[in-house]
Design a protein around this ligand. Structure first.
Ligand SMILES: *[C@@H]1O[C@H](CO)[C@@H](O)[C@H](O)[C@H]1NC(C)=O
Length: 328
């Protein structure tokens, strides 16, 4: 059985839906995709939307999906969900017929330790190879099939057939120039968590610095342009600038449309803070940012909006204030 003739996909939430859609388009028309989600109607909606590209089977459990496929791809919200999908004795992948050749790629963002434990249990049970492969690039990357992948496995080489199989599968979802081979189980997640620790805490730092500069009498666009050419420059400042109307194509200038929701910031910083404690590095910046985002995520001006709306929480402003100013 060729890997790509039968693929199981678990979790068609926002990201999973878009990723699985790309996979269905890139599989051969004759190939079969088995889709499972705790919300069966989400899987059915998916089958309706993408069924014209080839067969899609909506199945009732991860076990059933894995019974039909040598490749299992999953993307679910948290570590508990990953455990349930793979290890549940009645409905999990572990309950499917044993197959040491099975490749399981988990694209969820969870803590390293849980991911490693799941992988070890699956290996011990003879269920196959479990690899952490968290993604970045957000919904646009998922839809375009240009995600970047952080893979908890060694780089592809002909002496390791598994590495080539992983490469072939992730090439259906992302851009090969953005595949990072992190060498060992859990390491893909460790990289993702470290990176997101920076992006989340930096966003708060930028929001505070912009608010301080603006209150001190500087025009926000002038302030941004000076920072952009100085040592304070960062990817977050240039692409998720939190002050409205400084840059046109960022969430803050579009009513803080996410992007990356305020509530999601909490999950990512928490993972970083917990990882720090686990390895005895005091995550001071993360702890502070976590407290702030926990409060901001309860603020009606921030709920369900992009995380950069923490700027409104800090300043007490509303988006209407900026819209009004703009009209004058
Ligand atoms: C289940 O999926 C359907 C279809 O995508 C969606 O409308 C509904 O809100 C989902 N239910 C839950 C509880 O997420």
């Amino acid at each position: 059985m060729e890997d790509q003739d039968h693929i199981a996909f678990i979790g068609v939430g926002v990201m999973g839906y878009a990723i699985a859609g790309n996979i269905r388009k890139k599989m051969s028309r004759k190939a079969h995709l088995y889709v499972n989600d705790v919300n069966r109607s989400a899987a059915e909606r998916f089958a309706q939307e993408f069924g014209s590209h080839g067969s899609i089977h909506v199945v009732d459990s991860a076990k059933e999906a894995a019974s039909h496929a040598k490749v299992v791809i999953s993307i679910v919200p948290g570590a508990d969900d990953v455990c349930e999908v793979f290890l549940d004795p009645a409905t999990g992948v572990i309950a499917a017929p044993k197959d040491a050749d099975r490749l399981m790629l988990d694209c969820s963002t969870i803590d390293c330790r849980s991911s490693r434990t799941v992988g070890e249990k699956l290996k011990d049970a003879g269920s196959g190879t479990f690899v952490d492969a968290p993604v970045s690039g957000g919904l646009p990357g998922a839809q375009a099939g240009t995600l970047s992948f952080l893979v908890g496995h060694t780089a592809p080489s002909d002496s390791d057939p598994m590495s080539r199989r992983i490469e072939a599968v992730i090439s259906m979802m992302g851009s090969p120039d953005k595949f990072f081979w992190c060498n060992s189980p859990g390491a893909g997640l460790a990289v993702k968590i470290a990176n997101n620790y920076i992006s989340c805490t930096t966003l708060l730092t930028i929001a505070e610095a912009m608010a301080i500069g603006v209150r001190s009498g500087v025009d926000p666009s002038l302030l941004y342009n000076c920072i952009k050419s100085s040592t304070g420059q960062s990817w977050m400042c240039d692409n998720v600038q939190p002050v409205p109307y400084v840059l046109p194509h960022v969430p803050s200038s579009n009513d803080y449309k996410p992007g990356f929701k305020s509530q999601m910031m909490i999950k990512d910083i928490s993972l970083g803070v917990e990882a720090g404690r686990e390895v005895r590095i005091e995550p001071k910046t993360g702890e502070t940012a976590l407290k702030v985002f926990e409060q901001a995520a309860r603020d009606p001006r921030c709920i369900d909006r992009d995380g950069s709306s923490v700027y409104l929480w800090l300043t007490g402003d509303t988006t209407e204030d900026y819209a009004k100013k703009r009209e004058h």
